[in-house]
Structures are given as C-alpha cells and as structure tokens.
Design a protein around this ligand. Structure first.
Ligand SMILES: Nc1nc2c(ncn2[C@@H]2O[C@H](COP(=O)(O)OP(=O)(O)OP(=O)(O)O)[C@@H](O)[C@H]2O)c(=O)[nH]1
Ligand SMILES: [Mg+2]
Length: 282
C-alpha cells in the first residue's frame, strides 16, 4: 500500500523554514516514540545544515521504557544529542531546556565572554502530529500554540517566548515529497502523521493486522476475542463480528472495525506498541 500526502501548506512551510532557520541557533527535532526512524525526514538534512540539533523522542508514554531507551542509545551512538520524553506527562519536557543550553554552550560562552546577555532561539521541527506544539506549550506552561490529535493542525510558523528569554519557533509538521519506503509510509499513517482522509483506512488496518500478528501475537484475541487465524480480511471480519459492527442485512461492517482498530492502537487500548526498533532490517 503506497501512501503519499504533501498538501500545499507543507510546501509553503518548507519554504518558510528555509528562511527562518537563518534566525535560529539550533533545532529541536521531534520524533514519535512509536516510529522514530520513520519520523526522520531526509528532506530536512539540507535544511538543518550545520546547526546543532536536539532530537526529542516524544510520546514515550505510548511505548515501553526499554524500547525508548534502545532508540536513545542508537541515536547517541550515532553522535546525535537525544532525549526521550512525554510532553503530556509531568515535567518531562523541562529536560529540553537544559539540553538546548548544552548544545549551544559554545555560543553562550562566547557571548558571555563578550558580556552579551544572549537569548537563544530554536526552531521546532518534525513530522505532523508528533507533538511539537504540545511540547512548546509544556515548556511555556500555557496554551500559546494550537494542538490537536490529527496532522496539519499548525498551518504557519509561530514564535513563543519562554521565561528566561529562550524563544521557540513552532512550525507546521512536514512529510517528505516521497516516503523513504512503503513501510515508512505505513508507519506514519498508523501513528496519525498522514491525514486519515487521504488513506484507505480499511486497507491500512489490514496492514496493521499483519504487523500485529507478526510482532504482537494475541493482541487481537485479548482485546476483541477475535480469531487471529486466516487472512487479515478474515481477522478484520471477526473483529467486526465480536464488536457487533453489522450492516443492514446482517453483514459485518469491516470499515467500521478498521476505524476502531486504528483508533484503539492510537489511544493505547491495544497496549504499548512500538512499530520499529533500531535493529530492524530496512
Ligand atoms: N500520549 C501522548 N500524546 C501526546 C504527547 N505529546 C503530544 N501528544 C498528543 O499528540 C497530538 C498532536 O500534538 P500536536 O502538538 O498538535 O502535534 P504537532 O506536532 O504540533 O502537529 P502538527 O502541528 O499537525 O504538525 C495531540 O493530541 C497531543 O495531545 C505525548 O508525549 N504523549
Ligand atoms: Mg503543531
């Protein structure tokens, strides 16, 4: 299943980001903990250039701690500065402030020696729906940016100034013009980084059933009491039956079951599920 979505606002956002990057010291690159590899956008490489980057694995409450730690070790082993947090849980987000000062320490030190009281500026980038705006709100302990559980909520750039002088630039989530691979497209669609309306949710859920059976066997049985044997379509039909999703005439409503399955995954009702690990074959 090939997934593609690159609406006009993303193309405009990328052009704006190319301009705005000149005005920031560093970047905060937000990744979704369920699919960190898929959230790394190769089209950001040129944009980032030589600026220091802090990689933030966000939504860690949705995966096992050990899985988030494995990703942290992987990124750090590649020389990347990385943190694993949950923007919506406790004071996790505040770790970002210290880490930002750390990646900018040479610049801060130079300015200190010159006697300049320098306020850092950072641009927050990442795939859609990874939690960029939520992270900024957590850092300013307010509701300065608009957030929402769907991709494409932030449509334009927005500066947010924090106490102590640090300014953060929220940016619209941007995907790639073409996905790194079919699997990457699927993972981004599973986590809700691609607008659901541009994806065939039933086909997506059939792919998700294939993933679950291979990686999290018994999840479907324990959540729905549905059969896990047979083709993904048979499994989906069984889920529809168990959930009582029936069309007029008594036929199982597989489209409704498909929506419920994806929604259950995103809302953690299937348990903590990670879609990719650092040592997966790619
Ligand atoms: N469980 C969980 N949900 C989170 C976390 N951070 C953000 N979210 C949720 O993820 C959804 C998307 O958050 P946003 O901050 O709007 O995401 P964004 O990256 O700004 O999205 P775009 O502006 O569309 O690119 C919202 O429903 C947030 O509540 C987190 O750490 N854990
Ligand atoms: Mg946003």
């Amino acid at each position: 299943m090939l997934i593609q979505w690159f609406p006009g606002h993303m193309a405009k956002a990328k052009r704006q980001m190319e301009e705005s990057i000149k005005r920031v010291d560093s970047l905060v690159y937000v990744l979704d903990a369920r699919a960190p590899f898929s959230c790394i956008n190769p089209e950001f490489d040129d944009l980032i250039g030589m600026k220091p980057v802090l990689y933030v694995i966000n939504k860690c409450d949705l995966v096992e701690r050990s899985a988030a730690d494995a990703w942290l070790s992987y990124l750090r082993s590649r020389g990347m500065t990385a943190l694993a947090i949950s923007s919506t849980v406790g004071k996790d987000a505040s770790k970002v402030l210290a880490a930002l000062r750390d990646i900018n320490r040479e610049k801060l030190e130079r300015n200190r020696q010159k006697g300049v009281n320098y306020a850092l500026k950072a641009m927050v980038i990442g795939m859609p729906n990874t939690g960029k705006s939520t992270l900024i709100n957590a850092l300013c302990r307010g509701k300065k940016t608009v957030t929402g559980n769907k991709p494409g909520v932030t449509k334009g750039e927005q500066w947010v100034r924090l106490e102590g002088g640090l300014s953060l630039l929220d940016t619209p989530g941007t995907l790639c013009h073409s996905m790194k691979s079919e699997v990457v497209g699927l993972h981004l669609a599973f986590i809700g980084a691609v607008r659901d309306a541009v994806v065939d949710t039933t086909e997506l859920s059939l792919e998700f059933i294939g993933f679950l059976r291979q990686n999290y066997p018994s999840t479907i049985l324990s959540r729905y009491g549905a059969e896990e044997v047979g083709t993904p379509l048979e499994v989906l039909t069984s889920i529809a039956g168990k959930r009582g999703f029936m069309k007029k005439g008594g036929e199982e409503d597989i489209d409704k079951a498909a929506l419920a399955l994806i929604d259950d995954f995103r809302k953690l009702r299937l348990g903590k599920i990670i879609l990719e690990m650092p040592d997966d074959e790619r």
